[in-house]
Design a protein around this ligand. Structure first.
Ligand code: XUL
Ligand code: CO
Length: 453
């Protein structure tokens, strides 16, 4: 396998600007550009994921892999393949110029014949990754354990009816949490793809809930035991592969965490198309998580509005992402989280450079959405209209209701005398929608607005 897996791209992807005719240049993304007093790179904290981009051959339920990923050849010694994959992945991260990557244990280190062999494979790859990280300066946004591909997890990992599977999953998460800690990961993610049910006829919902809560308690306990300072994140998804997943959406996850007194230990990693599958907009999911105090990180991608499954396409809508980023900025911005491209190429995107085109487009979309969201924050008009809508709550009546002084009897008395006689007011939705478009168009017209001096 070649030393240089992406010879079609020489060196770092440059910034070309909006008029650039170089398809392998950023049109908007400039890591050092200042936006609201912070570097663009620090606002977005972009990551590439290893699973779709390096460990998926381009297969679908009807067909085999189509991509040129020589390290996935089953005739190859799995560890030789794993090392070649790691090198190609770091060459890609470095040329793309992103600060972070993310991986599942099994994306980079193959499962062995025994747990001990698997653990030693992971340890060897973690050591190699450490070297690549030192060489390139690319950091780990988060690690996670694959608790869904192996047949042992067909009926769930933490929520499996067999406690031995629970124990096996616990051992796997312990190893990956420690690997993430060793690599200085900023977060650790738990996505429960098989934590749910296929049929209620064979499922003890209450028992599985207790198991799941216990699993999360044990992971949090181990995090503190080893001194891992990163954030634990749960990634909500309503279904697929399981018919129903317990971590349905941000609100469901919050309810579960609060019921088990775990809301101080976990936040959420929100994925754009998981929101769509749950019947929400991504804007809704981000706003809900920020409001509940559990917003953590983002898996950025998009679905297809005609398909009911997780198409994991690269994000390309500034309109949609600018609203989500607006909520993130209102909430104070990202802390340990980032924007991870949990997105995959289409099966016909066969050229090695297609992986660059996909990420460049997604990153520019994020950058543009950030500029639009920053313009909304700076103009302040949307926030002022929202505040004005609730202004009554700062008055005597509003305060007495919320403080608990005004009982129903008191309120009813004031209404009965005619002292309280509310008049409906406009919600100004169309005006607000125009202000959002104005911010987006303003960035179109003056792309350097907010740029560093
Ligand atoms: C699956 C998904 C996962 C998680 C990590 O839909 O999003 O890739 O992000 O396990
Ligand atoms: Co994801």
């Amino acid at each position: 396998m070649s030393q240089d897996f992406f010879p079609g791209v020489e060196g770092r992807i440059p910034f070309g600007g909006l008029r650039s005719d170089n398809p392998l240049a950023y049109k908007v993304y400039q890591p050092d550009r200042m936006v609201l007093g912070k570097r663009m790179e620090d606002h977005l904290r972009i990551a590439v994921c290893c699973w779709h981009s390096f460990n998926w051959p381009g297969s679908d339920v009807f067909g085999t892999g189509t991509f040129d990923r020589p390290w996935l050849d089953p005739r190859l010694d799995p560890m030789i393949g794993a090392r070649a994959k790691l090198e190609a992945a770091f060459e890609f991260f470095d040329k793309l110029g992103v600060p972070f990557f993310c991986f599942h244990d099994r994306d980079l280190a193959p499962e062995g014949r025994t747990f001990a062999e698997t653990a030693s494979n992971l340890a060897a790859i973690v050591e190699a990754a450490e070297g690549q990280m030192a060489r390139t300066g690319v950091k780990l946004l988060w690690g996670t354990a694959n608790l869904f591909s192996h047949p042992r997890y067909a009926a769930g990992a933490a929520t499996n009816p067999d406690p031995e599977v629970f124990a096996y999953a616990a051992a796997q998460v312990k190893a990956m949490l420690e690997a993430t800690h060793r690599l200085g990961g900023a977060n650790y993610v738990l996505w429960g793809g098989r934590e749910g049910y296929e049929t209620l006829l064979n499922t003890d919902l209450g028992h599985e809930e207790r198991q799941f809560a216990r699993f999360l308690e044990l992971v949090a306990e181990h995090k503190h035991r080893i001194g891992f300072k990163g954030t634990l994140l749960i990634e909500p998804k309503p279904q697929e592969p399981t018919k129903h997943q317990y971590d349905y959406d941000a609100a469901t996850v919050y309810g579960f965490l609060a019921r088990h007194h775990l809301e101080g230990e976990y936040r959420v990693n929100l994925e754009a198309n998981h929101a769509t599958l749950a019947g929400h907009s991504f804007h809704h999911e981000v706003a809900t998580a920020v409001t509940l105090g559990i917003f953590g990180s983002v898996d950025v991608n998009r679905g297809d509005y005609q398909n009911g499954w997780d198409t994991d396409q690269f994000a390309n809508s500034v309109d949609e992402l600018s609203l989500a980023i607006y909520e993130i900025l209102r909430g104070g911005g990202l802390t340990s989280g980032g924007f991870n491209f949990d997105a995959k190429l289409r099966r016909q995107s066969l050229d090695r450079t297609d992986l660059f085109h996909a990420h460049i487009g997604g990153i520019d979309t994020l950058a543009r959405a950030l500029l639009a969201a920053a313009a909304m924050v700076e103009a302040g008009a949307i926030e002022r209209l929202r505040e004005d809508r609730y202004a009554g709550w700062a008055g005597d009546l509003g305060r007495s209701i919320l403080s608990g002084d005004a009982l129903l009897e008191v309120l009813a008395g004031r209404v009965a005398t005619g002292e309280i006689d509310p008049r409906p007011r406009s919600g100004r939705q169309e005006l607000l929608e125009n202000l959002v478009n104005q911010a987006i168009w303003e960035v179109d017209a003056a792309p350097d607005r907010g740029a560093a001096d």
